[in-house]
Write a protein that binds this ligand. Structure first.
Ligand SMILES: [Zn+2]
Length: 284
């Protein structure tokens, strides 16, 4: 189940790279900025795959790369995917997702006193994608049609002057927050007792590196690492979430109390409580 989810995320990332390539190869005559993987908050958290912003308008590009035959239906709004083996699965409609992102970005602009029309388009990463649509105003494009789509948008007199435009672009970048997903054990409680613990070897992936004076040694490939614990601590928070205690660190990294204390204090974590009750958490 997790592997399938990972494969879907990786496919999504590969799809976004197809659109990135288009923006690397084209230039446009107006002033513009292209921002990738923007993670913002207005009334709620939202993520934009690609934002194309000019002094006259902004365009949200939502990139989709889903294997199989797709059908987008109107009521209820849904994306239905049929695999070659006959398996059928429903997803949220990309149209609804795009509309919601347009509204959330509009709210975000509003909170910064920016007034710009926002357009949205769905980009299907690969032109071999088979898709069936209902009659919708939302454009569905393959990456190579994106420049033409942009050129077709009406260019009004710029609504932002140079200073305001640069300001908005900076503010968008500055407001970006790395998205920390819900801990995996919260989403899938049934895996909690099945997690294999130990520090992973950065060279070969073996779990359970041994602590020695200056760092970590791998029993599988015999390589060493000074800071393999950093990824292990990060993994713990992504897996379990919440607050880490010295005992959690000891059990997860297979180390003694003093080493755990030293490691936790070196990690720039938020601490609460004292002595044995001390907890550590990620800054958000
Ligand atoms: Zn190794």
């Amino acid at each position: 189940m997790l592997e399938a989810k990972y494969a879907a995320l990786k496919a999504g990332f590969g799809g976004e790279q197809q659109l990135d390539k288009v923006f690397e190869n084209y230039t446009f005559s107006m002033k513009y900025r292209v921002l990738h993987d923007l993670s913002l908050r207005s009334s709620t958290h939202f993520q934009i795959d690609t934002l194309f912003i000019t002094p006259s308008y902004a365009v949200i590009f939502e990139v989709k790369n889903i294997a199989g035959e797709l059908k987008v239906v109107k009521n209820p709004p849904q994306l239905i995917r049929k695999l070659d083996n006959g398996e059928v699965k429903g997803f949220n409609s990309p149209i609804t997702q795009l509309q919601s992102n347009c509204e959330l970005l509009q709210d975000w602009f509003h909170s910064k006193n920016v007034s710009l029309p926002i357009y949205g388009a769905i980009v299907l990463a690969y032109s071999k994608q088979r898709i069936e649509l209902f009659d919708t105003k939302t454009p569905f494009l393959f990456p190579n049609a994106v420049p033409t789509y942009i050129r077709s948008l009406p260019i009004e007199t710029p609504l932002l002057d140079d200073v305001a435009f640069t300001g908005v672009a900076h503010e968008l970048v500055a407001s970006h927050r790395e998205f920390i997903p819900n801990p995996i054990c919260l989403t899938y409680p049934e895996i909690k007792n099945k997690i294999i613990t130990g520090v992973a070897c950065p060279s070969c992936g073996f779990l359970g590196m041994q602590k020695y004076m200056k760092g970590w040694r791998c029993a599988a490939c015999d390589r060493t690492s000074i800071d393999a614990h950093k990824q292990a601590i990060r993994d713990w928070f992504l897996l379990y979430g919440g607050k880490m205690m010295n005992k959690d660190c000891r059990e997860f990294l297979h180390i003694e109390r003093q080493s755990a204390t030293r490691i936790l204090q070196s990690m720039n974590l938020r601490t609460e409580g004292a002595n044995r009750n001390r907890t550590y958490s990620l800054f958000k």
